[in-house]
Ligand binder design. Structure first.
Ligand code: FAD
Length: 409
């Protein structure tokens, strides 16, 4: 592993640089490691600000205190072969003409670049939101949410005024997508036990889920939405739909209809957008700042740059919609990018990206969940086990890819 780079590497045609070691970038690195093992002339470099990969899909468990933060940080040195040069540094910008990444460790030149920098929470320019809410986009964020919930309950237990106690013991989650639903469910299930240990009545902690649209889990089947809503209600989560936040103030979320949603902890899980450094670049961007790509996942007008994961704006021809920001999309795009880079090196034609939807699974609390798979909706214990299995399988695939043999494809 390295934390400094040779600035003279600019524009080296044999250098593939992967920016971001998340679901998409790590997948590209692992697959290329295998396919390039007999091609030492090609340098493979992976750049990330952290020396670990984060299993983001497991963050709601960390935020709910049922999993340690370190358990979702996978050290890159454990999964990368010596073939990959890893550079731990922050990427600050792009020199597109000079084919260089601008980083805290100096410029890093590329022959081919893979952009896989993920996304950031989107506050939709709602006043006060960025300053007054916690987010859930890293293991550290999740630790902060869990710590804040514990501190709020400690403060509630010490509070004599019942109205203030009620307010302090309330966690408010903004955004009723999958992340908001998973977080609200997890907290609703575990906080009563925490409350008991603080001498508070177990029914004292409250979790509110505030969603601007008419339903939670927008875009999912009505059956799945109904099952998820029932489990949340059973767990005691107060779900408020058609509740658009106008501002986050000292008192709480002020809704557009004037109502105030009060609480002791506020978490924003209402959407994501592309990182600022992409918005500030000359890369062609579309919805939420995601980078526009061709069907081979190359940046429009920059065929030497591929994009995969949340950062890529890829339209699904079967629906006409841009694919959602999901780990399964990131992994499939990473696979296409790795194949296309390999194809370029071997003079083979590129493959167009096609998304194969494996279904949608959301955990709701620590024991139940909902799933839409192959047109079937399930809710309850089975769906939660499915979510566990997907996370386990992902970790296994990372280990497996380390020793992946492309000849056996
Ligand atoms: C709480 C939560 C729960 C989720 N649950 C699910 C789920 O159940 N199922 C599902 O399919 N999807 C889920 N997702 C979405 C999924 O995690 C993302 O779609 C996926 O992580 C996208 O992969 P990516 O490789 O594009 O980005 P990421 O995995 O976010 O990786 C981006 C990488 O780039 C690095 N990086 C970013 N900027 C810089 C910089 N300037 N310099 C250096 N390095 C940088 C980051 O450190 C990171 O390693 C969830 C997301 C969250 C936040």
């Amino acid at each position: 592993m390295e934390n400094a780079v040779n600035a003279s590497a600019a524009g080296n045609g044999g250098q593939i640089v992967i920016a971001g070691a998340g679901y998409a970038g790590l997948h590209v690195a692992l697959r290329l490691t295998a396919s390039l093992r007999n091609n030492p002339a090609v340098e493979l470099t992976l750049v990330d600000q952290h020396d670990y990969h984060q299993a983001l899909t497991e963050l709601p468990r960390v935020a709910g205190g049922t999993r340690a933060a370190d358990a979702v940080r996978i050290p890159l040195q454990d999964v990368l072969a010596a073939r990959v040069r890893f550079v731990q540094t922050e990427i600050n910008g792009f020199d597109l003409a000079g084919r260089r990444l601008l980083t805290g460790a100096g410029p890093i030149g590329w022959g081919r670049l893979v952009l896989a920098l993920g996304s950031r929470p989107n506050d939709f320019a709602i006043p006060g939101l960025a300053e007054r809410t916690l987010s859930l986009y890293s293991a550290s964020d999740a630790e902060r949410v869990w710590a804040a919930a514990g501190q709020a309950l400690t403060a509630a237990a010490a509070e004599a005024d019942p109205e203030r106690r009620r307010r302090l013991a309330t966690v408010v989650v903004g955004g009723g997508g999958a992340t908001g639903v998973e977080l609200a469910g997890e907290l609703a299930e575990v906080l009563p036990e925490v409350a008991k240990s603080h001498g508070l009545a177990p029914d004292r902690p409250a979790v509110q889920l505030v969603e601007a649209g008419p339903t939670i889990l927008a875009g999912s089947s009505p059956q799945l939405i109904d099952k998820a809503a029932r489990i949340l209600t059973d767990l005691g989560v107060q779900v408020r739909t058609n509740a658009m936040i106008a501002a986050a103030t000292e008192e709480g979320f002020r809704l557009t209809d004037g109502q105030l949603v009060e609480g002791g902890v506020f978490v924003w899980a209402g959407g994501v957008k592309a990182p600022e450094l992409v918005a500030d670049s000359e890369l062609p961007t579309g919805h939420n700042g995601r980078v526009k790509v061709d069907r081979y996942l190359r940046v429009l007008d920059h065929p030497e740059i591929y994009v995969a994961g949340d950062l890529a704006s890829v339209t699904d021809p079967s629906t006409g919609h841009v694919l959602p920001s999901l780990a399964q999309v990131a992994l499939e795009e990473g696979e296409t990018v790795a194949r296309n880079l390999d194809a370029e090196l071997k003079g083979r034609p590129l493959a167009a990206f096609t998304f194969h939807d494996k279904g949608f699974v959301v955990s709701v609390g620590t024991r139940r969940g909902v799933a839409d798979i192959a047109g079937m909706t399930t809710g309850g214990r089975l769906a939660h086990l499915l979510k566990d299995a997907i996370e386990w399988e992902y970790r296994q695939s990372v280990k497996h890819l380390r020793g992946w043999d492309p000849v056996a494809r």
